[in-house]
Design a protein around this ligand. Sequence first.
Ligand SMILES: [Ca+2]
Ligand SMILES: [Ca+2]
Ligand SMILES: [Zn+2]
Length: 240
Amino acid sequence: MASWILVPCLVKLRSEFNAIAPARDKSSDGSVGDAAHQDSQSDHNPDETGNVPIRDADKVNEVHAIDVDVDLRVPGLSMENVVQFLLTRCRSGAEKRLRYIIYNRRIWSASNGWRQQNYTGSNAHDHHAHFSSSYTTSHEASTASWHLEDVPVALTADDKKWISAEIAKQVKAQVDDIWAFNVGNATGSAPQRADGALVTANIRAGAIANDYMPKLRHAVDQLSQQIADLTEQVTASRSS
Ligand SMILES: [Ca+2]
Ligand SMILES: [Ca+2]
Ligand SMILES: [Zn+2]
């Protein structure tokens, strides 16, 4: 039987990391302090038996910190994305369960309004991010969602290609629908496709209809290509 527990809010945070990054590398993960931590004051030490910065209200032997490996192994999702997402929630007051975060030579603390400061400790925290939790009993115990599923994920090159192709396909389908529109039924005459009606109308008007149809088709195809190109540009600029 373990002589300590990880506070439930951090158990939940870790499980959400596992949910959004199921294949993530865990080799730099951690919760309870190793021998090195036990010598110094750390939220990784169990709070009733170890050296911790705060004495809390209960007698439960709790660990108040987790380390999460930075390698999430999800294209377009970085630890930086997750840390910035959590900081936004902390700064807005929506999230109160964290005391501080250390990641990649920076530290953000509740006690100074979550402003970014340089972290100059011997471990740069570039292989893992450190999350220290509150020692307030209600915050420790809260397993409410951390909303990590809402962390924005950047589009990959493949995503962009897929979206562009999808849009081009949809535009093409719309154009085809227009050509296939049954103008005959719409005007109460015999069934007739729009492109056919156009040919007929041109013939009746004495125009050289069969010369115009391919040109018109070409123009519509160009238009749909322009829409697809534009969409690709917009997609690219949004995610850069
Ligand atoms: Ca305790
Ligand atoms: Ca406690
Ligand atoms: Zn740590």
